[in-house]
Write a protein that binds this ligand. Structure first.
Ligand code: PCA
Length: 218
């Protein structure tokens, strides 16, 4: 594979909130160097820190010039792969980030639009996961912590880069994390990796989106 092969950027986060690992990086890192639908996959780790995360993302965008970006984060407590529909222009942190920052009611981008929609075909991607028997859903909120911050910053950055499509996916805890949180749902790393491969393959193959009511696919 040479440098002219088009590239897909996958990002995951480092561990935060007292967890030993972040499942997003465990899964995303496993796909670094993979080839999917004629694209090479580059995996980049972002710090779970408001200030540093978008700087790291911008460096990766400039270095790799991806055709498509899928950012991935942990959503402890969720049982399914969540395809995020919308990023909102607010940081409102319940806990401090890994650098000790805890912004409350601060815009991600001063004077930026209130929200951006993902530019990936999330309904077609949802259908692909459902067909493969992987629990999945459309989510209407990525929260107001570092994941939404990165999602919003990603959409803001790619809004100006013609032809670059981007979105965000939240994933459940890994089984070993769920054991520390009584009753919390989880998903095995291999299933998440399989899901990410399917999501990328579907996104790269689909222009526009399938018009399927989200509830109809459950
Ligand atoms: N999840 C957090 C930030 C990093 C991560 O993996 C979130 O949902 O905001």
């Amino acid at each position: 594979m040479n440098r002219t092969t088009p590239c897909v950027l996958l990002t995951g986060f480092d561990a935060f909130g007292g967890e030993p690992v972040n499942p997003s990086w465990e899964a995303v890192g496993a796909l670094h160097g993979a080839r999917i639908a004629g694209h090479r996959v580059v995996a980049a780790q972002l710090p779970t820190a408001f200030g540093l995360s978008l700087a790291a993302l911008r460096r990766a965008l400039t270095a790799h010039r991806p055709a498509l970006v899928l950012a991935v984060g942990q959503a402890g407590g969720r049982a399914r792969i969540s395809l995020e529909r919308v990023a909102i222009n607010v940081d409102d942190a319940r806990i401090a980030d890994n650098a000790g920052a805890q912004p409350v009611d601060v815009p991600v981008v001063a004077d930026g639009p209130a929200a951006y929609f993902a530019t990936l075909p999330i309904k077609a991607m949802l259908a692909a996961l459902q067909r493969a028997g992987i629990p999945a859903e459309i989510s209407q909120s990525a929260g107001t912590y570092v994941c939404n911050h990165v999602f919003y910053g990603l959409m803001h950055a790619t809004a100006k880069r013609r032809g670059v499509r981007a979105g965000f996916v939240h994933i459940p805890y890994l089984p070993e994390q769920a054991a520390r949180h009584a009753g919390a749902p989880s998903m095995a790393r291999d299933d998440v990796v399989r899901a990410l491969r399917l999501l990328l393959r579907t996104a790269l193959a689909t222009r526009g989106d399938a018009r399927i009511a989200a509830g109809a696919i459950d």
